[in-house]
Design a protein around this ligand. Structure first.
Ligand code: PMP
Length: 429
């Protein structure tokens, strides 16, 4: 490797701005990669970057089994669901075998946003209502309907009501023994608010990993209580599994790990390990009812190559025992973070489940004053040490750590050493 030519890099950045409108990134300088494998991304600077941020390559970047399956299918047949072909049925059969029993059909689309958008349409038809309940700071997608459901992006339409983040560390009921019940009362308030604005609940949509709300260890029983209240008011439950699903929380499904029953499951990111693939999963009677009103077809949704990719991802999760690894390596990650907290006072809280973790930084452990600025600096310092992490939460002082499920304790050790060094650098600044 040679040092990348700084003039060429500057030209690329300029081109990116002109051609793509300078897409969002959170580093002072965008990173430039040329290949990847497992938990590693390799830059044009010849450096290997450890990826704890990108939750799309669930089974590791560029997994050879997935790449081979895509290539093989692309050479043989790639068509859409207007025609009969075996692989879409095999894939749907395999997916529904993994879900709770009442979920037994699939609609294939191409992204998490599309899956959520479609779930909203189905809810509206099935309930005849429009009111929506989502979590404060949630993100559910980029389409017009899902943007409405993404308060972290700033919209607050009148047909949407919000539940406070049920955080055991920070928030009005943090640490109280009846936290689950107290936080769940937000659902009663949300239903009343909707009613006052002339809406009845059609659905509650929730990312059970609470990824954009700071990654929350939801109090036990909380989601079941909210579910019961929403159902009693006539609403359906949509589990947005784009972040929480496919083993991320140490079980196949996040909503199951968190004790909730869903009417619809929506999937995106990890399902194709980078190949664009989204799914809505639901009961066949619900789907039949919806199809009486709507003709459903997605050109690319469920195409033969996407199904081959999806199938291969499931092979790897099973063959490499990745859900067990998500639990053991995830536990090790959190244990190491807690140990680091003994010498790094900026660490206020360590959270997460399975291969999802978060650290909340505070300048004072008693007042819990958020170390938001320091968290931003930390991202940059970590990048200098070739470790990629993200941040989340309304106060922008929590880390979002979502490594691929192939992450091993040796990778955790590299991350912890880099974090320790970066925190020490911060404290002397
Ligand atoms: N739901 C959640 C919880 C997400 O995190 C995202 C993406 N960050 C989406 C939906 C939207 O998925 P996509 O970007 O594939 O449209």
């Amino acid at each position: 490797y040679q040092q990348p030519d700084s003039q060429a890099e500057a030209l690329l950045k300029e081109k990116r701005k002109q051609l793509l409108g300078d897409p969002w990134h959170f580093y002072q300088e965008p990173l430039h990669f040329e290949r990847a494998r497992g938990p590693w991304l390799y830059g044009v600077d010849g450096k290997a970057y450890l990826d704890l941020y990108n939750n799309v390559p669930q089974v590791g970047h560029c997994h050879p089994h997935v790449a081979r399956a895509i290539g093989r299918q692309a050479k043989v047949l790639n068509t859409n669901t207007r025609y009969m072909y075996q692989s879409v049925l095999d894939y749907a059969e395999r997916l529904v075998a993994l879900t709770p029993e009442h979920i037994d059909t699939c609609i294939f689309v191409n992204s998490g946003s599309e899956a959520n958008d479609l779930a909203v349409q189905i809810s509206r038809v099935l309930t005849g209502q429009r009111g929506a309940i989502v979590v404060e700071d949630a993100y559910h997608g980029v389409t017009d309907a899902t943007m409405d459901l993404s308060p972290c992006e700033g919209r607050r339409p009148d047909y949407v009501s919000y539940l406070g983040v049920p955080c055991p560390y920070r928030g009005p009921h943090a640490g109280k023994p009846d936290m689950a019940e107290l936080y769940a009362q937000d659902a009663d308030k949300a239903i009343v608010q909707l009613d006052q604005r002339g809406f009845k609940p059609s659905y509650f949509m929730v990312d059970t990993a609470y990824c954009s709300s700071g990654v929350v260890d939801v109090p036990e029983g909380y989601l079941a209580k909210v579910e019961a209240k929403v159902r009693a008011a006539g609403g359906l439950i949509i589990a947005d599994e784009v972040q929480a699903g496919f083993g991320r929380l140490g079980q196949m499904w996040g909503h199951v790990a968190r004790g909730m029953k869903a009417d619809m499951i929506t999937l995106g990111k990890p399902v194709g390990n980078g190949h664009p693939l989204g799914v809505v999963m639901l009961n066949k009677n619900m789907l039949a009812q919806f199809m009486e009103t709507t003709e459903l077809f997605s050109t690319f949704g469920g195409n033969a190559v996407s199904c081959a990719a999806g199938m291969a991802v499931l092979d790897v999760i099973e063959n490499e025992n990745l859900i067990a690894n998500a639990n053991s390596t995830g536990d090790y990650l959190r244990a190491q973070l807690r140990q680091l907290a003994q010498t790094q006072p900026l660490i206020g809280d360590v959270r997460g489940q399975g291969m999802l973790a978060s650290v909340e930084f505070v300048t004072d452990r008693l007042s819990k004053a958020p170390a938001s600025e320091q968290t931003g600096q930390l991202l940059e310092l970590m990048r200098q040490q070739q470790v990629l992490i993200g941040r989340s939460g309304p106060l922008k002082n929590s880390l979002k750590l979502r490594p691929s499920l192939v992450f091993q304790p040796e990778h955790v050790d590299i991350f912890i050493a880099a974090l320790d060094k970066s925190l020490s650098q911060l404290s002397v600044q």
